[in-house]
Design a protein around this ligand. Structure first.
Ligand SMILES: Cc1cc2nc3c(=O)[nH]c(=O)nc-3n(C[C@H](O)[C@H](O)[C@H](O)COP(=O)(O)OP(=O)(O)OC[C@H]3O[C@@H](n4cnc5c(N)ncnc54)[C@H](O)[C@@H]3O)c2cc1C
Length: 461
């Protein structure tokens, strides 16, 4: 199926307003490049949809001709599910128009938007909805898996703020899903990933945020990691929902606020945002400055959109990546021993361990309020195996896997679906948790033949 028959290509092109890219076309190579350079898939065709009717035609075409189908939002999925070999890719990256109703506090945005596009549209009005911490991530994939970031303790998961979506189903129907329209579909797309159709537009509830917020980094040496993490745990337990503090362990990048002798040395960086009046946040972050021997600090009032981009340089596209993830209900001392040991000898300077603090509003809904089930997760920890040279693949993957195994006894068994790698099929049920069976029933209704299967797949029951 690598080469689609010429007659079929003509049929596809005839109906599309967007481009149809084929192997050999100039733009094909860049269109098949996604965030993780480990992914090297060669689709038979990539359709760059411009409007919902393009998506409908592409879905009908793939279904009627039995062609494998993948859906690409921002292309960030670590396992490379935005692409498929030899099949058709629906690329939504041209569909990113946004409109904001500041009175109703709602944004409607195309499914090809990145977090940067979303934040740019809403911050004009001093409004925002909780999304992730890397601005080049796609709104679509992030939302469909659950979505969390700096605002989540205060305002919940991204799915908790979804009001409605336009969905193209496997039958080629265009449906509006909301609490009152196709509520089963609306429930399923809030955590069930891309299993139920192609979402073309999302409408999110917005909250007053910034536009200036108190945010930044407080940095300690790796030698003090265990002490710092223990005190970090105490502070997070007492923090109000407005304050989010994550811990990042890695070798220090050459940031201007760190003394040169620290560059390249192991650090624990506490990354924080206060989602409220910066004056009220100041005294709350003061204790974070007294956890050990401070090696650097860069905290201040800055535009929310700047902080949303703060980690982009460390997480730029084009590196080789292998990530593993666990959810935690508590952080135990034994975990800190494992973290300190592994980050003490990373196999590449870009490898890191991220501990993201959830809790707050993310834990208040019932586990079956939406398909996203992990209302018991106070922390999500990711090990980011990240490097440049393919010759280092084995070494770096092994390090991430070993750390993952060593930290497993302290985890709660749940995992965020958006952080699963391609070969973790055995963890798919843990990702959907107790909601799996209900998801399988909704899947049977909307996609009985599993057309949408290049994802963390739910089999139609
Ligand atoms: C650097 C980095 C930082 C991250 N930070 C965070 C974070 O802070 N918080 C967080 O919650 N997650 C985070 N993630 C995880 C992120 O949520 C997932 O990688 C997510 O899959 C990205 O969505 P995407 O649209 O960019 O990806 P894609 O690879 O384009 O899409 C992923 C999958 O989602 C489905 N999909 C995408 N678009 C659609 C659509 N319109 N309709 C139907 N299905 C669709 C498809 O199954 C697709 O395979 C991060 C990932 C990376 C790489």
């Amino acid at each position: 199926m690598r080469q689609l028959q010429a007659t079929r290509i003509d049929e596809l092109k005839e109906r599309m307003t967007g481009e149809v890219l084929l192997p050999g076309d100039e733009a094909y190579e860049s269109a098949r490049a996604i965030w993780n350079a480990m992914i090297d898939k060669r689709p038979a065709a990539i359709v760059r949809c411009i409007r919902t009717t393009d998506v409908v035609h592409a879905v009908n075409f793939a279904r009627d001709h039995g062609i494998l189908l993948a859906v690409r939002g921002g292309g960030h999925n670590i396992g490379g599910s935005a692409l498929c070999d030899d099949g058709l890719v629906i690329d939504l990256s041209r569909m990113k128009s946004a409109s904001v109703d500041p009175v109703a506090r709602r944004v409607t945005i195309g499914a090809g938007a990145t977090l940067a596009d979303l934040d740019a549209a809403t911050q004009v009005y001093g409004l925002a909805t909780p999304v992730g911490i890397n601005s080049t991530t796609g709104v679509a994939g992030l939302t469909l898996g659950g979505g969390f970031g700096w605002l989540s303790r205060k305002h919940g998961m991204t799915v908790d703020n979804l009001e409605s979506a336009e969905v193209v189903t496997a039958a080629g129907e265009v449906l509006r899903a909301s609490a009152t329209e196709h509520p089963d579909l609306f429930w399923a797309i809030r955590g069930g990933g891309g299993n139920f159709g192609v979402v073309t537009r999302f409408a999110f509830r917005l909250h007053p945020v910034g536009p200036d917020v108190l945010a930044g980094l407080i940095v300690y040496p790796h030698a003090e990691a265990k002490v710092v993490l223990k005190r970090y745990r105490e502070i997070v337990a007492e923090s109000p929902d407005e304050l989010s503090v994550w811990a990042l362990l890695r070798l220090a990048p050459p940031l201007p606020f760190l003394p040169p002798e620290v560059h390249g040395k192991g650090i624990v960086a506490l990354a924080l945002l206060y989602a409220g009046d910066p004056k009220q946040g100041e005294p709350l972050i003061e204790p974070l400055r007294r956890l050990g021997t401070l090696v650097g600090e860069h905290v201040g009032v800055q535009p929310y959109t700047s902080w949303q981009r703060a980690f982009d340089p460390l997480l730029a596209a084009g590196a080789r990546n292998y990530w593993k993830s666990h959810n935690f209900s508590t952080l135990q001392d034994g975990l800190f021993d494992v973290v300190a040991e592994y980050i003490g000898s990373p196999p590449s300077p870009q490898c890191e361990i991220f501990i993201g603090a959830l809790g707050g509003a993310t834990m208040r809904p019932a586990p079956d309020a939406a398909a996203y089930p992990h209302r018991d997760a106070r922390f999500v920890m990711n090990v980011h195996g990240r490097w440049e040279d393919p010759a280092d693949d084995m070494r770096c993957v092994r390090w991430a896997r070993d750390f993952f195994e060593a930290s497993a006894p302290f985890a709660n068994g749940g995992v965020y679906v958006n952080f699963l790698t391609a070969e973790e099929e055995t963890r798919v049920r843990a990702a959907y948790g107790p909601n799996y069976e209900r998801l399988a029933r909704v899947k049977r209704h909307y996609d009985p033949h599993n057309l949408f299967r290049i994802n963390q797949n739910i089999k139609p029951s």
